[in-house]
Write a protein that binds this ligand. Structure first.
Ligand code: SAM
Ligand code: SF4
Length: 474
């Protein structure tokens, strides 16, 4: 591991882009900085973190993004849908779902309640795992938890529940709507049943269509997740899927590039069936042109949205188009929390993640402890990179807003990286902003790596010296 502090000069940046444009993007887009590899197993002082946060004037009217997760997913063969890198547990029946909700999630909400009193709610996301494994009567129970924290919820707040197509039955969708949730997000991945079957997922195209139509009839906004760069997938198959979704009236599409890694079936046994990196790039270009030709706007590197009567506001948007603060509170197994603000003193901004081991999560709640597994205490440099990553994910940086928040010119700070990206046609730099253009959004992971290179060198050297970071968490 190199610890030498070679500065990021222009030849390095040019060379980096040149040697990476045809390489597989091994790291997916990061929504946080630094990578969880640098998070520490030292105990996260959650009470202190909450207290630090609440003593700020600026947080009085700050808006909170709420996340509630569920650990369970239907078992597949191959396991974890063949590609999934999220922590999940096998679903074993309603009893474990009910136990998790009634005896754990509810208690965790109680523990956090006082620190959220008086705050505004920006958005709610019930994710996982597979949140639509809950039976119909449980959606109201989930919403009661949100009301426990936020007694008054404006109708403008997006409240999304994520799940798989075959479980979005009509009666569940009705219960979801009646509970006050107003959006679903459905993991489709592939409409093509032959391709979908490679993942062991059992949904049929008919079920996908029925769920989309039912959500439309019930007035629920509906996001569909699809993945490109899938084993055996061709450009034609991708185009057919997207055309069909557009024809079905879907206005909110998340088009992920497959992230291949870990001990997944796709990484271990289907790597040779993956489209090449340059085919993936072609897929990105074709999907972009196709969606734009149908009136979709690119909101983030992978979120596409068509304006309509229903204003759709992705959950993450509230925390990405600014530089000053982020308040995202996660409840449940593997949920992440971000309490970060530019006004906090050095080292007072924190990210942390709840236990990704169900027994550990349960034990913490049973013992009345916050179920935080590990976290990271941000220095101002980390906070800047974190906010830079978030804004870049939304395709552009407002230079003045960055300057107002940090007193720095973001172009000057990373001038060699931006210049190299501009030379390769991946970024556009003006007095007002820096935007990812052309194939730039496809290369977001590479751009993030370049921007973070110096800081990562520093963090790695700190790790080697055995100071400050503690034992790496993952
Ligand atoms: C964590 S899943 C939860 C939703 C639900 N369990 C499902 O699978 O439909 C959310 C989305 O992440 C995406 N995802 C999961 N693993 C991925 C990977 N390795 N590469 C790209 N996208 C992935 C899928 O599109 C999935 O719909
Ligand atoms: S893709 Fe969804 S259903 Fe499959 S393992 Fe991951 S979270 Fe569970």
């Amino acid at each position: 591991m190199s610890t030498s502090a070679v500065p990021i000069d222009l030849p390095w940046a040019r060379n980096y882009v040149e040697s990476h444009v045809d390489k597989r993007q091994v790291n997916k887009i990061q929504h946080a900085f630094p990578s969880p590899r640098f998070w520490s197993n030292r105990e996260v002082p959650v009470d202190q973190v909450k207290e630090n946060r609440n003593r700020l004037e600026s947080v009085r009217d700050s808006a909170i993004s709420l996340y509630m997760g569920v650990p369970f997913c239907i078992k597949t063969d191959p396991g974890k849908c063949g590609y999934c890198l999220f922590p999940v547990e096998d679903y074993t029946g309603n009893a474990s779902m009910d136990d998790y909700l009634e005896n754990y999630l509810k208690k965790e909400v109680e523990m956090m309640k006082s620190s959220l009193e008086g705050k505004n709610l920006w958005g709610v996301y019930f994710g996982g795992g597979t949140s639509n494994l809950y039976r119909p009567e449980k959606y109201q129970v989930l919403m009661d938890l949100v009301h426990e924290l936020f007694p008054v919820i404006s109708p403008q707040v997006d409240i999304t529940l994520e799940g798989i197509p075959q479980l979005f039955s009509r009666d569940k969708l009705e219960a979801i709507r009646d509970s006050g949730m107003n959006r679903i997000s459905m993991g489709v991945q592939q409409l093509n049943e032959d391709l979908n079957r490679l993942s062991g997922r059992k949904q049929t195209k008919k079920q996908v269509i029925r769920a989309i139509e039912n959500s439309q009839e019930l007035g629920l906004a509906c996001n569909v997740d699809v993945i490109f760069g899938w084993p055996q997938q061709t450009l034609d198959s991708m185009v057919k899927d997207l055309e069909e979704l557009v024809a079905l009236g879907v206005r909110d599409i998340t088009h992920y590039e497959l992230n291949v890694g870990g001990p997944t079936d796709f990484a271990l046994n289907r790597y040779h069936e993956l489209p090449s990196t340059l085919t993936n790039l072609e897929m990105y270009r074709v999907s972009r042109d196709l969606l734009q030709s149908h009136g979709f706007e690119q909101v983030t590197a992978y979120n596409w949205r068509k304006a309509g009567e229903q204003e759709i506001k992705p959950y993450e948007e509230g925390v990405i188009r600014r530089f000053t603060s982020i308040d995202a509170v996660g409840f449940g197994y593997a949920a992440m929390t971000f309490f970060m603000d530019v006004e906090l003193d050095r080292g007072q901004s924190w990210s942390y993640i709840n236990w990704r081991n169900l027994d550990q999560y349960r034990r913490a709640i049973e013992e009345g402890r916050y179920p935080a597994e590990c976290g990271y205490q941000h220095d101002p440099e980390d906070f800047r990179l974190f906010m830079l990553f978030r804004n870049l994910f939304a395709l552009e940086l407002d230079r003045e807003a960055y300057h107002d928040a940090f007193g720095l010119d973001v172009f000057e700070e990373f001038s060699n990286v931006w210049t190299a990206l501009e030379e390769f046609g991946l970024a556009e730099i003006t007095e007002e902003k820096i935007a990812l253009v052309g194939d730039g959004p496809f290369y977001t992971p590479m751009v993030q790596t370049m921007l973070a290179e110096e800081r990562y060198r520093h963090l790695r050297s700190r790790e080697v010296r055995g100071r400050g970071i503690g034992k790496p968490a993952v």
